[in-house]
Design a binder for this molecule. Structure first.
Ligand code: SF4
Ligand code: SF4
Length: 370
């Protein structure tokens, strides 16, 4: 609760704080049971969450924002654009290339680049950059109404962020399951500030603008959409290359193609992203060459090099072993003969995921040469 008698004026103050913090979109949702809770529960029941058991463990907590912040009255939903400047354009590159750019992060030879999902290209993991901006908004709320409580969330708490974002008017759910905003498309990071302050909510985004388009569903190389608006993580490259620990099953490895970390295909093909502007915030622009990295360098890097070059980036999530595992898969899919010797050495690696990926990759090389 706030002492301020005017929830509409309260909302305007918070939105100004959000714009000052650098957010591209801001909207306010009431702290209510998410409207898509039933879909989420069905999705869990169908085991579409694959090995992400934490989602299931926290199922009850997702039922209401009160479980994230007791007494929550409003959920301020915020988004920031991270669409990358197309290679070759000028003027939108980071003002300084971060020191985290590894020596090994040289552009890959044209025939075998290893690709990284756009969200992981910035020099600093978005969880940290977004959190700092969210805290700025939370602080503005608490400074204005000292009796209020706040909690900031970036993927870190059981909150159905996309549901709340739609409720706050930020966009609609695309058939690729992502939140799409008419102006910015879907290359946006979402964050939330829950607060006990009374803020006038915005109108939900009720309409969908996918129409008859099915590009994302058709473009997915691993058929991860059993139907529109439903993603089966068991078949998604992003799940296997980022969330999954341990060996990647060979039947999934082939579909991974050149993706070293994540996958952007169902976003790249979306017409709403083609017309969206690139991120203005230079901290959202990539530290690595957008055309890809040399997967051989990713495979042979030491753990010290991995820590030195990637620990501040989103790529740290897989750990050293995860990135080497993924690099082996990419090299195998590329039938990259340069990797034969290092892959052979990795057959006895301490990590089971790396060993299995090396065996898979060598099999691909042999398939080529026999
Ligand atoms: S991220 Fe890639 S693999 Fe996953 S659903 Fe989208 S296109 Fe398919
Ligand atoms: S590609 Fe088409 S169907 Fe898929 S999210 Fe974009 S507009 Fe919707």
């Amino acid at each position: 609760m706030t002492d301020h008698p005017n929830p509409a004026a309260n909302a305007e103050l918070v939105k100004k704080a959000a714009r000052d913090a650098g957010f591209d979109l801001v909207g306010i949702a009431p702290a209510t049971t998410p409207l898509t809770l039933g879909y989420f529960q069905d999705w869990l029941a169908a085991d579409y969450h694959a090995g992400m058991a934490y989602l299931e463990r926290r199922e009850e907590a997702y039922t209401h924002p009160q479980h994230v912040l007791e007494g929550a009255h409003s959920v301020v939903m915020l988004a920031i654009n991270y669409k990358q400047t197309p290679p070759g354009s000028s003027g939108k590159q980071p003002s300084t290339l971060p020191t985290a750019v590894p020596e090994s992060a040289t552009p890959a030879p044209p025939h075998n680049p290893a690709r990284i999902a756009s969200y992981a290209l910035p020099p600093h993991d978005y969880h940290f950059t977004l959190k700092a901006k969210l805290q700025q908004v939370a602080e503005a709320i608490r400074t204005t109404w000292p009796a209020c409580r706040t909690r900031t969330v970036v993927d870190t708490a059981p909150l159905l962020e996309r549901d709340m974002a739609r409720l706050a008017g930020l966009g609609w759910f695309g058939k690729n399951t992502l939140l799409i905003n008419k102006r910015l498309g879907s290359f946006t990071f979402l964050g939330a500030v829950l607060t006990t302050a009374e803020l006038s909510p915005d109108s939900p985004h009720e309409t969908s603008h996918c129409g008859t388009c099915t590009r994302c569903l058709e473009a997915c190389p691993t058929n991860a959409f059993p139907e529109p608006y439903v993603l089966d993580a068991n078949r998604c490259i992003s799940y296997w290359t980022i969330e999954h620990r341990g060996p990647i099953p060979p039947e999934m490895a082939a579909g991974i193609g050149n993706w070293l970390f994540g996958c952007d295909i169902c976003q790249e093909v979306c017409p709403w992203n083609r017309k969206a502007p690139a991120a203005l915030d230079h901290t959202m622009q990539g530290a690595f060459p957008a055309e890809g990295l040399d997967p051989l360098a990713m495979l042979t890097q030491t753990s010290e090099q991995f820590t030195q070059h990637f620990s501040s980036t989103a790529l740290s999530r897989t750990g050293w072993n995860g990135l080497r595992r993924n690099a082996a898969v990419v090299l195998g899919n590329n039938r990259d003969e340069r990797a034969r010797h290092p892959l052979t050495e990795l057959l006895t690696d301490a990590d089971a995921g790396v060993r299995a990926a090396a065996a898979y990759a060598l099999e691909q090389l042999d398939t080529q040469t026999t």
